[in-house]
Design a protein around this ligand. Sequence first.
Ligand SMILES: NC(=O)c1ccc[n+]([C@@H]2O[C@H](COP(=O)([O-])OP(=O)(O)OC[C@H]3O[C@@H](n4cnc5c(N)ncnc54)[C@H](O)[C@@H]3O)[C@@H](O)[C@H]2O)c1
Ligand SMILES: [Fe+2]
Length: 354
Amino acid sequence: MLVTDAGLAKLPITATAVGLLKEAGLPVAVFSDVQSNPVESNVEAGIAAFRKGNHDGVIAFGGGSGLDTGKVIAFMAGQTRPLWDFEDIGDWWTRADADTIAPIVAVPTTAGTGSEVGRAGVITQAATHTKKVIFHPKMMPRMVICDPELTAGMPPSITMGTGMDALAHCFEAYCAPSYHPMAEGIAVEGTRLIFANLPKAVANGKDLEARAHMMSAAAMGAVAFQKGLGAIHALSHPVGALYNTHHGTTNGVFMPYVLVFNRAAIEPKIARLAGFLGITGGFDGFLKAVLDLRKQIGVPHALGGLGVDRAKVETIVEMSLVDPTAGGNPVPLTKEGSRKIFDAALSGDVAAAA
Ligand SMILES: NC(=O)c1ccc[n+]([C@@H]2O[C@H](COP(=O)([O-])OP(=O)(O)OC[C@H]3O[C@@H](n4cnc5c(N)ncnc54)[C@H](O)[C@@H]3O)[C@@H](O)[C@H]2O)c1
Ligand SMILES: [Fe+2]
């Protein structure tokens, strides 16, 4: 069963992929009842289709939404316990019957989430408007096909947003305080690839060299964030769940505010990163480079650009503190700290996050 989102299902790249499978003699059905920021009902409908069609594996085809939903369907199709029993908490994944998990082939069509090399899927729980991470080691795809041509048709706004997700993964993984020098090395090179190639991919979607580097950087970001994420994701998750904003674009908005908020804990580290990237001026030079990149590719500077106002600030702050990514922030995230970042991102005053 090929799982993709409803928008992608109508595009020629999906029809081509299905055509190639049929030509090769592989019977395939398409399941595309998947929305951006997928919800549990998408997963439930997919499980029903998988069982009814007697399928033996999933081709997860799409951006993070299609990939995550496909992976979670393959994981859940043979389970007897409910979805939320497998949230990424402690050893909850051991509750699963691992033998029933169907094999997954992942085919990314965006360059951002890196879900193709990850062991988790992000699904929004409708009752609580919360993005939950469903985890199992066997959710790791057996095979990944990274073909940059599949990303060539992404419009500039999605190229920008997904690219900022990859950058947020590299950046937050690099800054997370846990010890994992291998992940840091991957994050540093991923950051370089993104600074060098994201503006090119946004300006000319058909630049396959830039697209290929972005696809690598997306996978690298997801490998690196095994080390941890931080306040960008902790705030972006509730905003995405409550306002249905695009995940990566939301990360792009929060990035400079979180960078400034964390300054005291990461300044020497960021100076080292700036040196590697050929950016002069240490921490301040890096901050300017982030602001310039956002401007160049069209990331909204403040939350208003995403249609987010202060109506739900207290809920967002509360949710950010219990988000599983909050623990990786270099400066421990408190209620006051989270509110400070949110207020700064709302007003557009980067210095106010300090
Ligand atoms: N599993 C993980 O580790 C992980 C990490 C980060 C984010 N996520 C999740 O991934 C989701 C976001 O994924 P995303 O940023 O890739 O966006 P997406 O999958 O939601 O896609 C965004 C839009 O782009 C369209 N699209 C995708 N590929 C296209 C192409 N090649 N050409 C034209 N249009 C295309 C889609 O139809 C959709 O309308 C969120 O739910 C987020 O929480 C998961
Ligand atoms: Fe992300």
